[in-house]
Design a protein around this ligand. Structure first.
Ligand SMILES: *Cc1c(COP(=O)(O)O)cnc(C)c1O
Length: 396
């Protein structure tokens, strides 16, 4: 059998390559950080990691991880409900809830699992899920696993959401779901308007804070802080794999009874292994650090403002955003690819995004800022962008 299947795969893989959609992985041989070393020996400045707060290789987290390893060992060899829950897991869950101003938290192996396991246990075919058209793949997959009726509105379009909410009045329960920050444009979802509409049309609100937690809001408490709507979001999902340390892990935090039900029925929680204690202990340290000071958020916000302003002054077309994602619009896929390649030659690691990741004709380079970037890193990137931008005729 495999012979035929192999031929089939080779053909499909070739099609992917010919369409220019084949994803090659660049190999890093240093820890993740603002400056990294590639397998080629080249040292580059990294502007494409989700390392928003620069915690991926932070000495405090490395230390906490080692401590967790020493006190609680390497692995749990169990799911949570059999024998995979330690005091560390419970502490981190409590601390995440306190951070977001919610009632309780449930940890998962990844945010992909948190989103995959959140809808099906809570809603049935009588209910409605009203979803932003640009929501993350894990939300889309989670919704697919649930029997609730699906409604969709155009990205961040509140008139569109209102229309869908009207249609969904016939359903028993309604849940609006959105990313907090959309990863391609970096725009913050208008969650203030969403909670108002939710109150008007009797719906619940869920926000995936994967790109917004740690980043958005004065002290990084996400959209609740950004819009001052603490307590009005019913359900938040998020990741420990981006600004929260960058290792692995996800969570759902929110209303007590919802979390209690997820512990009983959420399949990725019930049937997948518990997070290793070292990751959990580093997570505890991470939340403590963020509760002690806003230093990292302040640095990130200052870096983002500086970079955006200088890039605009240089003549680049930048999408307005309040996140740490800076979309440098190039429109043409070939230009985006060429520009990213030339920037790498200049020691700046960024990635070009084009169809089908973003709509046709809206190719771009996505720059992700970090609290780990120093002034000289930002200046070097701006100089490189300006040089390559001129060479390619993107700016004058
Ligand atoms: C990155 C991301 C995820 C997945 O997070 P993992 O913990 O890596 O699985 C889920 N949702 C959104 C919006 C994301 O950006």
């Amino acid at each position: 059998m495999y012979g035929q299947f192999k031929d089939h795969l080779i053909k499909e893989l070739n099609d992917i390559r010919e369409a220019g959609l084949y994803k090659d992985e660049r190999i890093i041989v240093s820890p993740q950080g603002a400056e990294i070393e590639l397998e080629s020996g080249q040292r580059v400045l990294n502007f494409c990691a989700n390392n928003y707060l620069g915690l991926s290789n932070h000495p405090e987290l490395v230390k906490a991880a080692k401590e967790g390893l020493d006190t609680h060992g390497y692995g749990m060899s169990s799911v949570r409900f059999i024998c995979g829950t330690t005091d560390l897991h419970k502490t981190l869950e409590r601390k995440i809830a306190k951070f977001f101003g919610t009632e309780d938290t449930i940890l998962y192996a990844a945010a992909f699992d948190a989103n995959g396991g959140v809808f099906e246990p809570l809603l049935t075919e009588e209910d409605a899920i009203i979803s932003d058209s640009l929501n993350h793949a894990s939300i889309i997959d989670g919704v697919r696993l649930c029997k609730a009726q699906r409604y969709r509105y155009p990205n961040a379009d509140m008139a569109g959401l209102e229309e869908e909410l009207k249609k969904a009045q016939k359903n028993r329960f309604r849940l609006i779901v959105t990313d907090g920050v959309f990863s391609m444009d970096g725009n913050v979802a208008p969650v203030d308007k969403m909670v108002e509409l939710a109150e008007k049309y009797d719906a619940m609100v869920m926000v995936d804070e994967s790109h917004s937690a740690g980043v958005v809001g004065h002290s990084g408490r996400g959209v609740s802080e950004h819009f001052d709507i603490f307590g009005r979001i019913d359900l938040i999902t998020g990741t420990l794999g981006k600004s929260f340390g960058g290792a692995i892990g996800g969570f759902t935090t929110g209303r007590k009874e919802i979390i209690e039900m997820l512990r009983q029925r959420s399949r990725p929680y019930l049937f997948s292994n518990s997070l290793p204690p070292m990751v959990v202990n580093a997570g505890i340290r991470m939340i403590d650090m963020m509760s002690e000071t806003n230093e990292l958020q302040d640095k990130l916000h200052a870096n983002t403002d500086y970079f955006m302003e200088k890039m605009q002054t240089a003549g680049f077309d930048i999408k307005p955003t309040q996140s740490a994602i800076c979309a440098v619009m190039l429109y043409d896929a070939k230009v985006a690819q060429e520009m990213a390649a030339r920037l790498l030659d200049e020691g700046i690691y960024v990635i070009g995004f084009y169809y089908p990741v973003v709509p046709k004709g809206l190719a771009r380079i996505r720059v992700q800022l970090s609290a780990a970037h120093k002034q000289e890193h930002l200046d070097k990137a701006i100089i490189a962008f300006t040089k390559v931008g001129k060479e390619l005729g993107v700016i004058k």
